[in-house]
Structure formats: structure tokens, C-alpha cells
Design a protein around this ligand. Structure first.
Ligand code: AMP
Length: 364
């Protein structure tokens, strides 16, 4: 079977690496001439709007999926005329606009930060009387890894913040005083089978995920599963999804969902019975889903901008290195390492060692 993927970045590469043992072949469409998934499948180089290339992708692939959430929905509609595309376009449509997304979550009974849609400085000033400080101004569309976001501490910040977002339609949301950032990753198959991973506990710096760790019997697991299940059911979702959450004492507040495999689930590669990547593929092929139980303590450390010397990383036993084969560039995710061990003491030591190495090489 051939799986087509829109995008040929590291997520596409990891999907392909997970699919090879299942006998799957891969074809990617991505405008970047040198893309990191290119050596694990066929790479069609061209724009996502190129109808001839889209037709070629649809012809050669049995099922199509995507690795990023800004895929224009018209493209999914075009491909769907001939080939099954998962996750469903509705997930993209909702997830691409922060206001639509937060409204959708609230309609499902899932708590979010208080928010208001604003499209001028005047509207922002008015909204702040309800939202209160501190708050975060975010562009409604195309924001990721903290890009397109400004923290507002007082009225004095508003004019400059509005300039920074360049008049783009925005959402302003109350700052959530969270104890932890967590995410739940789940997969749902065409037949409706659903599996959930143990919550991931995530540490961000400058809006970019740095460290993600699995949890054991987290008190918020059941709440998170019920929230993500409501989303999966409402969207008739197929594939792997990630729901990013803030933990505030004993409750969850949803931030956003990603209709794809997710960076906070990379520890599932070595740390779970079945990885988020394999379960995404099984889900879209309507195969039985694999067990999501963790094998011990598991974590993932991202490497941004630079990768520490491979020898240093590989000298840490129970550490697994994943290089994305991407050119080094400031602030770019280039690789990650996962840790898996049965010993909590060893786990703590390995994370400390990895974090130290990552900080030394990080240029963001
Ligand atoms: P986002 O692009 O929405 O995922 O935001 C990136 C990061 O900014 C999050 O992982 C949080 O660390 C922080 N952040 C975003 N929104 C809020 C909020 N309403 N309250 C507190 N922190 C936030």
C-alpha cells in the first residue's frame, strides 16, 4: 500500500520510518527541494496548489494524509474526489483559526482561556476590560511555536502589540496561571476504534517545546481523555490527534489541538508499545490500533538550532538519537533524543544530562 503525505518534513519522515516495517511505501508532496523525508520515499517537488502534482499524488497513493495543519482545505477537497484523505477537512478548518477552534471547544463543554476576537486596536482596547491583564494577543491564523504572539502586561503594551501583529485578525486571551502544560495524544481509526496515550508533560521555552515526558496514572488523565474523545467523535476524526492543555490544580483548560502527529508524542517512538506514528498509519488504513502503554519512564528532548555532538548523546545509554537530516538554521528543530528506562533515578539523571547538552547547543 502507498501512503501519500502532504509535507516532507520530520513528521512525514517519522511516519514513513514507522510504516516501513508494515510494508508501506510513501510519496510526499512538498515545495522544498531538499526535504528531510525525501530519502524514505518519493518526493514530488512543487507547490501544494499545483493541480497536476496533486493529481499525481492522488493517483499514486492509496490513502493521503498530511503532516501540517495549514494545508488549504480546498486541496483536501480536491484530493478527496478520488482518494481518501485523513484526518477530515473539518478538523483543519476548525483548527486553522484560533477563534473558531476555541468556540468549537467551548461548545463541546471543554474549558478554554477567556478570549475575544479582535481586528483593530480599538477592539483590542475594548476587549481588555473583560479579559484583564496579563493576556496574550495571538494571530488567529498561521501561528506556531509561539510565533505571532505578544504578551500584554498593561494598557501601555497595546499599541506596540498591535503593530507587532501587523493588523492581522487576532484573538486576545487571558493568561492561564497553569501549574503544568500537558497534552493528550489519541488515535481513532476509520471504524471508530480509539486509543489514548498516557498524558505528556511538556516544557516550553520561548513558545517552543523543549522537553516532553510521559506520566503514570496522572490524576488528569480521565478528564483529558474525555475532552479529546468529544473532539474525535464530533469530527468523526480519523488518525492521530494531539490536544494541548494547561493543568490548573485539578482541572484542564484546553489551549489548542493539532490534527496530526505531534512533537509532544515523540517519546512514544521508543517509550510506547506502539508509537503515535504507527497508530496514525494503522488508523487511516482502518487496521486494529496498537497498545499505547508506556515501557517504563520515557521522555523526549528537542534540539533547536544545533545538535550536540552525536558521540556525547550516544554515550548516554538508554538514549536514542533521531536526526532529521535538516540544514542547521537558527531556531530550527533539527533533531530530538528519546530516553526510556525502568529506573526513575536513571531517568532523572538522563534528562538532566540531555537538558544540559541541549542548552549548550541551543541557539534560540
Ligand atoms: P500556542 O502557540 O498557543 O501553543 O502557545 C505557545 C505557548 O505559549 C504555550 O505552550 C504556552 O506556554 C504559552 N501560552 C499560550 N497561550 C497561553 C495562555 N492563554 N496562558 C498562558 N500561557 C499561554
Amino acid at each position: 500500500m502507498v501512503i501519500g503525505i502532504l509535507g516532507a518534513g520530520q513528521l512525514a519522515r517519522m511516519l514513513a520510518l514507522a510504516g516501513k516495517p508494515l510494508g508501506l511505501k510513501f510519496i510526499f508532496l512538498d515545495p522544498t527541494p531538499i526535504a528531510c523525508a525525501a530519502d524514505v520515499g518519493i518526493h514530488l517537488v512543487g507547490e501544494y496548489t499545483d493541480k497536476a502534482l496533486l493529481s499525481q499524488l492522488a493517483e499514486q497513493a492509496d490513502i493521503i494524509t498530511y503532516e501540517f495543519e495549514n494545508v488549504p482545505v480546498e486541496i483536501i477537497d480536491f484530493l478527496s474526489q478520488t482518494t481518501s484523505v485523513y484526518p477530515p477537512a473539518k478538523a483543519l478548518l476548525i483548527g486553522q483559526d484560533r477563534v473558531t477552534e476555541k468556540t468549537f471547544l467551548q461548545d463541546l463543554g471543554i474549558a478554554t482561556a477567556s478570549f475575544a476576537a479582535v481586528s483593530s486596536l480599538d477592539e483590542l482596547q475594548q476587549a481588555m476590560s473583560n479579559i484583564g491583564y496579563p493576556a496574550i494577543l495571538k494571530t488567529r491564523r498561521f501561528g506556531y511555536d509561539g510565533k505571532g504572539q505578544v504578551v500584554l502586561h498593561s494598557e501601555q503594551d497595546l499599541a506596540e502589540a498591535w503593530l507587532a501583529v501587523k493588523n492581522a485578525p487576532c484573538v486576545v486571551e487571558g493568561f492561564v496561571p497553569f501549574d503544568r502544560e500537558i497534552s493528550i495524544i489519541a488515535s481513532r481509526s476509520v471504524s471508530g476504534e480509539v486509543v489514548y496515550y498516557p498524558l505528556s508533560e511538556n516544557e516550553h521555552h520561548k513558545g517552543i517545546l523543549r522537553l516532553a515526558k510521559n506520566t503514570r496514572n496522572d490524576p488528569l488523565q480521565a478528564q483529558a481523555e474525555s475532552a479529546v474523545n468529544a473532539i474525535l467523535t464530533e469530527l468523526d476524526y480519523v488518525g492521530t490527534i494531539a490536544l494541548e492543555l494547561f493543568a490548573v490544580r485539578d482541572t484542564i483548560i484546553a489551549n489548542e489541538f493539532a490534527p496530526r502527529v505531534h512533537n509532544s508524542g515523540h517519546w512514544t517512538i521508543e517509550g510506547s508499545e506502539t508509537s503515535q506514528f504507527e497508530n496514525h498509519l494503522r488508523a487511516i488504513m482502518d487496521m486494529p490500533l496498537g497498545a499505547t502503554s508506556s515501557i517504563g519512564y520515557a521522555a523526549m528532548q528537542n534540539f533547536i538550532g544545533n545538535v550536540p555532538a552525536n558521540e556525547k548523546l550516544l554515550s548516554l545509554s538508554q538514549v536514542h538519537l533521531h536526526l532529521y537530516d535538516k540544514a542547521a538554521r537558527k531556531g530550527r528543530k533539527l533533531a530530538h533524543a528519546t530516553v526510556r528506562t525502568e529506573s526513575l533515578e536513571k531517568f532523572t539523571d538522563l534528562i538532566a544530562a540531555l537538558t544540559k547538552l541541549a542548552r549548550q547547543s541551543d541557539d534560540s
